[in-house]
Design a binder for this molecule. Structure first.
Ligand code: NAD
Length: 252
């Protein structure tokens, strides 16, 4: 039996965030889905969640999202920081504006959302922060400096939140997936295929799964299951941890 909670999930119009919203709704949680893409409205409605449109690169929008959850549902129990983008370019040519956008969205927004949701969690003596990081929070690949820096930083934020939240009933954990079957990855497959003159299936097998022991892409629902566990009462002793769902990538 799952205790119904109030959850704020970011980056919900597709991929992992969408899967988390669906899974949380199926468990009976009240969910505020937050995304800058208006398509998130329909996704949320179908799942039975509320929707709040916000560009999370804007700090005020982060605060407004938490205020909206508190206004609608009275509190925030679970925060899932998931919204993210990718940009691939060598450091020498990496546009500064892209770097700043990625750090704003994938490191500063999780910090601001954590900060804004904290008082509600502290007052209730119960909170769960789940940060969707990446295998690229553990290891690097060329061309992804901003993404990898943001994700490594997210692990630091997770550990600090865990230490500060321990006495207040608030846990914070990160999930580190390898390639998940989502639009973010579909775009990368198409880009790499063009770049290397390869078939898309060859890109998946020879590039994306090169370091994988389990030779397949991950399903968004598989990530959502782990998010739900980390957000549950059962996971109260789990905090400050990074959970790999990486097909064995970092085992070597
Ligand atoms: P996705 O592109 O399907 O979803 C990303 C979501 O973030 C979208 O709904 C998008 O609209 C939203 N978003 C983007 N910019 C935003 C902004 N400025 N404000 C608000 N929302 C914004 O991608 P996904 O693969 O589901 O990625 C979700 C998270 O998982 C990301 O943080 C990503 O880094 C991480 N991740 C993905 C993979 C993978 O292989 N797909 C692997 C490891 C980690």
């Amino acid at each position: 039996i799952v205790t119904p909670r109030v959850a704020l999930v970011t980056g919900t119009s597709s991929g992992i965030g969408e899967a988390v919203v669906r899974h949380f709704c199926s468990l009976g949680h009240q969910v505020l889905a937050v995304d800058f893409n208006p398509a998130g409205q329909e996704v949320a409605e179908q799942a039975g969640a509320a929707f709040f449109q916000a560009d999370l690169t804007d700090g005020e929008a982060c605060k407004a999202a938490v205020s909206e959850a508190v206004k609608r549902f009275g509190r925030v129990d679970i925060l899932v920081n998931n919204a993210g983008i990718q940009h691939v370019s060598p450091i020498e040519a990496f546009p500064e504006a892209k770097w700043r956008q990625i750090i704003d969205l994938m490191l500063t927004a999780p910090f601001l959302l954590t900060q804004a949701a904290w008082p509600s969690m502290r007052e209730n003596g119960w909170g769960r922060i789940v940060n969707i990081a990446s295998v690229h929070a553990q290891v690097a690949s060329p061309g992804k400096s901003a993404y990898i820096s943001a994700k490594h930083g997210m692990i630091g934020l997770t550990k600090t939140a865990a230490l500060e939240g321990g006495a207040q009933g608030i846990t914070a954990n990160a999930i580190c997936p390898a390639y998940v079957k989502t639009p973010l990855v579909d775009n990368q497959i198409a880009d790499q295929a063009r770049l290397h003159g390869m078939q898309e299936q060859e890109v998946i097998e020879q590039i994306m799964l090169k370091n994988a022991a389990v030779k397949r892409l991950i399903e968004p629902a598989e990530v959502a299951e782990l998010v739900a566990y980390l957000a549950s009462d059962a996971a109260g002793a789990v905090t400050g941890a990074s959970w790999n769902i990486d097909l064995g990538w970092t085992a070597q």
